[in-house]
Write a protein that binds this ligand. Structure first.
Ligand code: 5RP
Length: 217
């Protein structure tokens, strides 16, 4: 197994230990979350799970976990997800798998949002592109409003809410300013910049150990 995958698996196993019976837990999307599902399948806590993508839902069901729709549930005890980049400021870049809209909704609903990553995901500063989900309606006008710097992504499975995925290649020196600018463009459903205020902690695996980095209180 490649070193990064071994680290993802380790971080995922540490996060699986946070899930207790009776909890409602959000599951992110991606290869790190696949390791989480694997670890949960072994532990089998009496918990119910909300999945952020059809992929995760199918894997979780196959693993014997109880997956429920995110309806009639207004908060989650815990959400666990991977990330593409984690900056020292606590800003995250997510959406490599195009699932960031649902992932952000789930993270925001959780009392505790835990991010699990291999050590290569820690960066000094976030680098573009920023994944975007765009409304299909009027997408060319939305792309124009984004200044032509956000090509549509080819070859990704369409998001379950019928949006389109694009990647924004603008400067990312000030993630907060970029997040505000992207959110202000009509037709941008959601962007992949997650603010530090969403984050409870990051479990980062390095070699054979897992380090816990705390987000803001
Ligand atoms: C999907 C995501 C993933 O969490 C992110 O892309 C990390 O993926 P992986 O765990 O495969 O490295 O944001 O939208």
């Amino acid at each position: 197994m490649p070193a990064a995958d071994a680290e993802k698996r380790l971080a995922a196993r540490a996060a699986a230990g946070l899930v207790e019976s009776g909890m409602t837990v959000g599951l992110g999307t991606g290869s790190t979350v696949a390791f989480l599902v694997e670890a949960l399948a072994e532990r089998r806590p009496e918990a119910r799970f909300v999945a952020t993508s059809p992929r995760t839902a199918a894997a979780a069901r196959e693993a014997g976990l109880t997956v429920v729709p995110f309806r009639g549930i207004d908060r989650l005890d815990l959400a666990v997800d991977g990330a593409d980049q984690v900056a020292p400021s606590g800003w995250l870049l997510k959406g490599g798998g195009g699932a960031h809209t649902r992932e952000k909704v789930v993270a925001a609903a959780a009392d505790r949002f835990v991010v699990i990553v291999s050590s290569d995901k820690l960066v000094d500063a976030l680098r573009p592109p920023v994944p975007l989900e765009l409304l299909a309606f009027g997408v060319d006008a939305t792309l124009r409003a984004l200044g032509g710097s956000a090509p549509l992504r080819a070859g990704v499975p369409p998001p379950p809410d019928r949006g389109l995925i694009a990647d924004y290649w603008g400067d990312l020196e000030d993630p907060e300013a970029v997040a505000l600018r992207l959110s202000a463009v009509p037709g941008v459903v959601e962007h992949g910049l997650f603010p530090p205020t969403l984050l409870s902690e990051v479990l980062v695996a390095r070699g054979t150990s897992v380090e816990r980095l705390l987000g803001p209180e």
